[in-house]
Design a protein around this ligand. Sequence first.
Ligand code: ADP
Length: 308
Amino acid sequence: MIEATELTKRYGERTAVDRLSFTVRPGRVTGFLGPNGAGKSTTMRLILGLDAASGGRVTVGGKAYRDLPVPLRAVGSLLDAKGVHGGRSAYHHLAGLAASNGIPRRRVDEVLDLVGLPAATARGRAKGFSLGMGQRLGIAAALIGDPEVLILDEPVNGLDTEGIRWIRELMKSLAAEGRTVFLSSHLMSEMELTADHLIVIGRGRLIADTTMRDFIETNSRAHTLVRTPEPEKLRALLESVGAQVRLDATGGWRVDGPDAATIGNLARDHGLALHELTSTHSSLEEVYTALSQSSVEYRTENQKEAAR
Ligand code: ADP
């Protein structure tokens, strides 16, 4: 469990994290969302004791990071996958971490196995690693102390689809074991597939702390996907009752406005056959983009980013 209470971080005049309170609970993957500059990395650094808070507090398993007897056993993190010294082998990097934290050396082989890094590769210099292998090594380091809490900043950055799917499944399985998994990503489609819960911030402040499902359902406009052998007729009909109709990525009509029953009845009344009529919600990406455009919190931040 991670608990932030009125957590604040100021850099000179700038408030990067502003009285932020939230709880990241065990047993589920919690996604951390916010536009660039919202304060996600700063918050993660505060949790990990890499930066001192200007106000408030944050604890991991009830303790401030600096009070954890063996930090790596309580919390594992991946903040920058390129953090490994290029001249050392992955194996030595992990063995060094294990030794300095009183973790048995056999755990190195366990985590290498867990992240799918072959022993021969792990003995070679990390400098020759691909981004994907570097990411696996970073995750191996995060897992070495078998921690209850995992914090990962953009873990899928630069990975191919296979690597992305692997991280997704790993995060879910770690959460299913009862661990606390806190994860930031700017890839909304991936976040939607991975996270059960969301904490959304803007300009260092809390905007939402809710389940993925609630976040999408509360903020999305329901729409209906319709297919018909007479698409133009149906479109004209729907537009005549004020519906917004556009082509869906799959070639059907995406209809905003009337619900599925109204559309079905309308088609029947005009003798039009329907081959599909599906009520659906927006994706996380659509909801998040709409929120970004409508919220002052977000807009101000994005404009600042654009002006930089
Ligand atoms: P995010 O991870 O959401 O993109 P950050 O936590 O990196 O956001 O940054 C939040 C704000 O704090 C930004 O305006 C950033 O410029 C500022 N900031 C972050 N780190 C520092 C620092 N070391 N010194 C000064 N300002 C910083």
